[in-house]
Design a protein around this ligand. Structure first.
Ligand SMILES: Nc1nc2c(ncn2[C@@H]2O[C@H](COP(=O)(O)OP(=O)(O)OP(=O)(O)O)[C@@H](O)[C@H]2O)c(=O)[nH]1
Length: 349
C-alpha cells in the first residue's frame, strides 16, 4: 500500500466514538445530533449484540433534520473485525449519496478496538474521500472508580517479581486501554455519579495508562460543546504509530473473551417489577451489560431497560406501532461463560 496521504482537504471528516460497554456513546451521539447546528451529519453505529437497539434508539429520537437514512447500523458483532465486509462498503454508500453528509459519526461497539478502524481509513477505496477527524473515548466514570478495569494487583505483583514483562490477563483492561490509547480526547462521562475526589482518582488512573497527555473533559449524559468534539482535524489515520495497542499487526482481537445473547423479555405488571428482574439478572456472574425493551400491560409506550454493571435504568422511549407485536427483548453481554441460566431465571421472575 502506498504511504497514506496526509492532506485532509476535500475529505469528509469522521469522528470515531469509542468507549466500553455502556459508557455513554449512544447518549453522546444523540446529543451531537441534537446540537448539530445545521450541519448534515450521518451516523454509523455498530453493536456487539444483535438487537439493533442503538440504531433504533437514535433513529427513534425525532431529531429535526435527522432521517432514518442518516443512521446506518452495522450489527455484525464488532466493527474492528468486519472492516472489509461491512464498514468500508457502508461508508462508501454514505459518501455516494446525492447529498452526502458533511460529517460522519461512527459509534463502535463497546468491545471494539478503535485502531483497526482508524487503519481502515487508509484503504485505497476510501482514503482520498474521508479522514478521521478525531477519536473520542467515552469513559464510564463510576465503572473506573469502582475498579472494573483494574488488573488483579496480586497477579501483576507476581509477574513483576518473576521479572516478566507485565502483561494484562484481564480482557476488560485490555479493551479499556486500547480505547483510551487511541483517543484524541477523552470524555470522563457519568460525572454526576462520581464525587470530586472520585473523579480525580479516575483521571489519575487514566493518566497511568497513557504515555502522552490527552485532554480529559468531564461530562454528564454526554453533554459537551459539539465544537470540542467535531473539527479536531486529527487525521488519525496518518498518525497510527502514536496510538499503541495490545493487539499487534494481523493479530486477531479475541472476541472469545466475551459472549452475548438476546433473550425474550416477558411483560411484567409494572416498570418496577421489570427493573427488579433485570437488576437481579445484572447480578449474575460475568454479566457486563443488558439492554432491551418490553411491554407493560395497559401502557401504549414501550419501556426501555438499560443495565450497566449493576446499575439499571428505565424509561419509555416511544409508542408501540399499530399492530406491532409487543414482544420484549433483552441483549445480555458478558464475559465468556457468564451465568446465562441465572439470567434467565431472574428474567422469568
Ligand atoms: N447517570 C448517568 N447515566 C448515563 C450517563 N450517560 C449515559 N448514561 C446512561 O447509561 C446507560 C448506557 O448509555 P449508552 O449511551 O447507551 O451507552 P453506550 O456506551 O452507547 O452503550 P453500548 O452501546 O451498549 O456499549 C443508559 O441508561 C444511559 O442513560 C451519565 O452521564 N450519567
Amino acid at each position: 500500500m502506498n504511504a497514506p496521504q496526509t492532506t485532509t482537504l476535500g475529505k469528509v471528516p469522521c469522528t470515531i466514538i469509542t468507549g466500553f460497554l455502556g459508557a455513554g456513546k449512544t447518549t453522546l451521539v444523540r446529543h451531537l445530533l441534537e446540537n448539530a447546528g445545521g450541519k448534515r451529519l450521518a451516523v454509523l453505529v455498530n453493536e456487539f449484540g444483535d438487537l439493533g437497539f442503538d440504531g433504533s434508539f437514535i433513529a427513534g429520537c425525532g431529531i429535526e433534520g435527522c432521517t432514518q437514512d442518516d443512521i446506518v447500523e452495522l450489527p455484525n458483532g464488532c466493527i474492528c473485525c468486519t472492516v472489509a465486509d461491512d464498514f468500508v462498503p457502508a461508508l462508501e454508500k454514505l459518501l455516494n449519496r446525492e447529498n452526502p453528509p458533511q460529517h460522519i459519526l461512527i459509534e463502535t461497539s463497546g468491545l471494539a478496538l478503535p485502531k483497526p478502524l482508524v487503519k481502515a481509513f487508509n484503504w485505497p477505496a476510501i482514503r482520498s474521500r474521508v479522514t478521521v477527524d478525531g477519536v473520542i473515548a467515552v469513559v464510564d466514570g463510576p465503572a473506573v472508580a469502582e475498579g472494573q478495569f483494574a488488573d488483579d494487583p496480586e497477579a501483576l505483583k507476581a509477574q513483576a517479581a518473576q521479572d516478566q514483562a507485565v502483561d494484562h490477563d484481564n480482557p476488560l483492561e485490555e479493551v479499556f486501554e486500547d480505547q483510551i490509547l487511541c483517543a484524541d480526547l477523552i470524555l470522563l462521562n457519568k460525572s454526576d455519579l462520581v464525587d470530586a475526589a472520585g473523579r480525580e482518582r479516575v483521571k489519575a488512573e487514566i493518566a497511568q495508562h497513557l504515555p502522552k497527555a490527552i485532554k480529559v473533559v468531564e461530562t454528564a449524559h454526554g453533554k459537551v460543546e459539539p465544537a470540542l468534539i467535531i473539527g479536531l482535524g486529527a487525521a488519525a489515520e496518518s498518525d497510527l504509530a502514536a496510538r499503541p495497542s495490545h493487539h499487534g499487526e494481523g493479530e486477531d482481537h479475541d472476541h472469545d473473551d466475551f459472549d452475548s445473547v438476546a433473550l425474550p423479555l416477558p411483560q411484567a405488571g409494572s416498570p418496577e417489577e421489570l427493573v427488579a428482574r433485570v437488576a437481579k439478572a445484572a447480578e449474575a456472574e460475568g454479566v457486563l451489560r443488558l439492554k432491551g425493551f418490553a411491554g407493560i400491560p395497559g401502557k401504549p409506550m414501550r419501556l426501555v431497560v438499560q443495565g450497566v454493571g449493576r446499575r439499571v435504568g428505565h424509561h419509555y422511549d416511544r409508542a408501540w406501532g399499530a399492530g406491532e407485536a409487543r414482544d420484549g427483548r433483552l441483549v445480555v453481554i458478558g464475559l465468556k461463560g457468564f451465568d446465562r441460566a441465572a439470567v434467565e431465571a431472574a428474567l422469568a421472575g
